[in-house]
Design a binder for this molecule. Structure first.
Ligand SMILES: C[S@@+](CC[C@H](N)C(=O)[O-])C[C@H]1O[C@@H](n2cnc3c(N)ncnc32)[C@H](O)[C@@H]1O
Length: 214
């Protein structure tokens, strides 16, 4: 998907995916990853999600990746934190205590740049990408996080009804991407009240990806 598509959406404030509170499935299920406090969580395609504030408040360290510098400037402003900004190749690094955000294309983030990660929290990241990019994304994510366990929140609906994003990602597809690296558990599948774009029935699926196969 063309990066300009997302940059434009941020510029025009077309950010219907942005939630006004921490995601309820995160709040309910994050503990299932059984992480020690101070663990470092990677939030790919993070936008300015309030989930980052929730994770920080709950004692975790955060690394994030996001294309839009506007989103990240707003994230730091809303967290009331002053970022230190540096440039690493094609990436801008916004940092503060317990917080590292890599601004740029996630595919330009290397394992060395990202550093050690204890878990991944993917909400609306896998489903933001078209099919051909999802394979590339999941392989890259596995590589740069060294197969860290994940809480994955994705959407499932009848893809014939509308074009993504968000795209519908089936159980079968999640298994194709991740089944070789993790044990997958569907921990909750919940209808989203009001549906997608206020019209289409959609389920939010929360999955736990644990890497006993590592
Ligand atoms: C559907 S939004 C989800 C944002 C966030 N996870 C949330 O729950 O609010 C997808 C985000 O991914 C960002 N994005 C899309 N492609 C990207 C890429 N290749 N690298 C980094 N960020 C990307 C977009 O700018 C957008 O903010």
């Amino acid at each position: 998907m063309d990066p300009n598509y997302w940059l434009q959406r941020w510029k025009q404030n077309e950010i219907g995916f942005h939630e006004s509170e921490a995601n309820p499935l995160l709040v309910k299920h994050f503990k299932a990853l059984s992480l020690a406090k101070n663990s470092r969580i990677f939030v790919p395609l993070c936008g300015k999600t309030l989930d980052i504030g929730w994770l920080l408040t709950n004692g975790y360290r955060i690394a994030g990746a996001e294309l839009s510098e506007q989103a990240i400037a707003e994230l730091f402003m809303e967290l009331a934190v002053e970022p230190k900004i540096s440039v690493i190749g094609e990436i801008k690094h916004y940092s503060a205590k317990n917080l590292d955000i890599f601004v740029g294309d996630i595919f330009n983030i290397s394992i060395e740049m990202l550093g050690s990660i204890n878990a991944v929290y993917d909400r609306a990241a896998l489903v933001a990408l078209p099919k051909e990019m999802r394979k590339q994304y999941t392989a890259h994510l596995l590589r740069i996080t060294n197969k860290a366990p994940q809480l994955l929140i994705s959407f499932e609906y009848d893809q014939k009804l509308m074009e993504g994003p968000p795209f519908s990602v089936s159980n079968k597809e999640v298994s194709q991407h991740y089944g070789g690296s993790y044990d997958l558990t569907l921990i909750e599948s919940a209808d989203i009240p009001g549906g997608l774009k206020g019209i289409y029935a959609v389920k939010a699926n929360a999955r736990l990806l644990k890497n006993d196969k590592k």
